[in-house]
Design a protein around this ligand. Structure first.
Ligand code: NAD
Length: 510
């Protein structure tokens, strides 16, 4: 088994942006920052390679993707080692949320792309097109630019490239400058799987590299913060390039008095602290009905106190890993300090943990309210603020009192009532008695409302966005002149008027 601390290939070490292991503070690689001119060259070579990739069809593309799926499972220890070294996360967070995701995604898109992008034969009720062939088809946009964040280098950066490739596009991935090594490894995976040259390329660099990429591509798939998402959309507007945006969240958890409290508490601890809380669909705030509040808080606090934090030494060694991005540590601590200054109590954690490496202690906060940033702004760390509410209506009002709308969850034994409440939560996905696992169902669309995003990933929309819809109308049998063509004739016009009334004007209306 490869060591979790395995260093990346020596050729990746050179001049440019240093990549650190956040769990140790060591520099493990240096990656180049591509200039605008270099990005332009990548786009040109992608554009040259794309038509052949499109032309080989779904079956051949699927073959490459299935080989890549095998490569991921055969090389999982090496990929996990790379992810763990550049993010500081646990072995399990890399295995479950990244390796399993990518392996499933390669197979899913290989199988579903031909179905989801097949020509659709359309029937129309309009008499003007009777007897004609009507078809909707999906053609790849050409070159897709994917810009990713640092929290899931495989799932959230590379994962969005898979459906784009399956659809027949060339893809350029600009990974986060904080975690670029996994993307470079996946370029190796695709090469080894027989992907033609230049169909997939990695543009390493910072925000300026990402901005340059937007200018050249035909679709931008961006995952990251809401603030950067706004800049991406603004830049893409200059070339009218369509964008998909998967942005930040502040997911609420609503715990009703009749919830299965042990399950709700286990889920609260896990789904707020897994991946160190650095999950866009992390439980970021909890509203608990008063009768079970004390019991719920006690259970959650016990579970969070028991979490083992530190540097991963392989499977089962720790529960909570490092904070991957240095500035994030200050954001997490400022949210906790702000809450405490306004009257919140820390039941466990509440501090930056001693180094080496960047860690924030798993933290439970109570006596919180919406004057505090920990309840209104994305914290993106291992913290869980819990608020007591009078009833479900108050919980719902507070859950919806947010600029974000990514996900949410409702916990109750009355699943009918839970679903009714879930339908009133303003978020792209709402779970009842669960959280986050919806992401593993690639059939389910996933996307944010409000400032959490635009468009969806997964499901039909997750691949059709990488295509241009083209409508075809084919007239096979027709006379030399249709009745509505020139010259206009009084009798035909009157007949068309009658036909309109006959088709659409009959019957009584309320
Ligand atoms: P970020 O917005 O700081 O950076 C994301 C990417 O954008 C990076 O690759 C960065 O180099 C690039 N970038 C920066 N400025 C740019 C510009 N002007 N033009 C083009 N690209 C630019 O986000 P982050 O800190 O890396 O990631 C954390 C955020 O991502 C959190 O808000 C989290 O909620 C969000 N996220 C969302 C989802 C989702 O599916 N909704 C998934 C994962 C992470």
């Amino acid at each position: 088994m490869a060591s979790v601390e395995q260093a990346p290939a020596a050729e990746q070490i050179g001049t440019g942006i240093p990549v650190e292991n956040p769990a140790t503070g060591e520099t493990i690689a240096t990656i180049p920052t591509l200039s605008g001119a270099e990005v332009k060259e990548l786009v040109a070579s992608a554009r040259a390679a794309q038509p052949a990739w499109e032309a080989i069809g779904f079956e051949e593309r699927g073959r490459v993707l299935r080989r890549a799926q095998k490569w991921v499972t055969d090389n999982s220890e090496r990929i996990i080692a790379t992810i763990v070294s550049e993010t500081g996360k646990t072995y399990e967070d890399a295995q479950l949320a990244e390796i399993m995701y990518a392996a499933a995604a390669f197979g899913f898109w290989a199988k579903e792309a031909p179905n989801l992008l097949a020509d659709e034969s359309i029937k129309s009720a309009n008499p003007l097109v009777k007897g004609k062939k009507l078809v909707v088809r999906y053609r790849p946009v050409g070159v897709v630019g994917v810009i990713g964040p640092w929290n899931f280098p495989l799932t959230n950066s590379f994962g969005d490239c898979i459906p784009a490739l399956a659809a027949g596009n060339a893809v350029i991935l600009k990974p986060s400058e904080v975690t670029p090594l996994t993307s470079l490894l996946m370029a190796e995976c695709l090469r080894a799987s027989g992907l033609p040259e230049d169909v997939f390329q990695v543009a390493t660099g910072d925000g300026a590299t990402g901005a340059a990429l937007i200018d050249g591509v035909d679709f931008v798939m961006f995952t990251g913060s809401t603030k950067t998402g706004q800049k991406v959309m603004e830049r893409a507007a200059k070339t009218l390039t369509p964008v998909g945006l998967e942005l930040g969240g502040k997911d609420p958890m609503i715990v009703l008095a009749d919830a299965e409290l042990e399950r709700a508490a286990n889920a609260a601890a896990y789904y707020s602290m897994n991946n160190g809380g650095q999950v866009c669909i992390s439980i970021e705030r909890v509203y608990v009905e008063a009768p079970v509040y004390d019991q719920f808080v006690a259970k959650v606090t016990d579970k969070v106190k028991a979490l083992r934090q530190g540097r991963s030494a392989g499977p089962g060694s720790i529960d909570v890993g490092a904070v991957t991005f240095p500035p994030q540590l200050d954001i997490i601590d400022s949210h906790v300090r702000d809450a405490v200054a306004k009257g919140a109590r820390v039941l466990t954690g509440g501090r930056v943990a001693p180094g080496p490496g960047m860690f924030y202690e798993p933290t439970v906060l109570v006596d919180v309210d919406h004057t505090m940033s920990c309840m209104t702004e994305e914290t993106f760390g291992p913290t869980l603020p819990i608020m007591k509410v009078a009833d479900a209506e108050e919980a719902l009002r507070l859950a919806n009192d947010s600029p974000y709308g990514l996900q949410g969850s409702v916990w109750t034994k009355d699943v009918r009532r839970g679903e009714q409440l879930a339908r009133r939560v303003e978020a792209g996905t709402v779970c009842v008695n669960d959280a986050q696992v919806n992401y593993t169902a690639l059939e389910l669309p996933m996307g944010g409302w409000k400032t959490s995003g635009l468009g969806t990933r997964h499901g039909a929309g997750g691949i059709r966005k990488y295509t241009q819809q083209q409508t075809l109308l084919v007239t096979r049998f027709a006379g030399k002149r249709d009745p509505h063509m020139f010259p206009y004739k009084k009798r035909t016009t009157q007949l068309l008027g009658k036909l309109t009334r006959l088709l659409y004007g009959r019957g009584k209306r309320d």
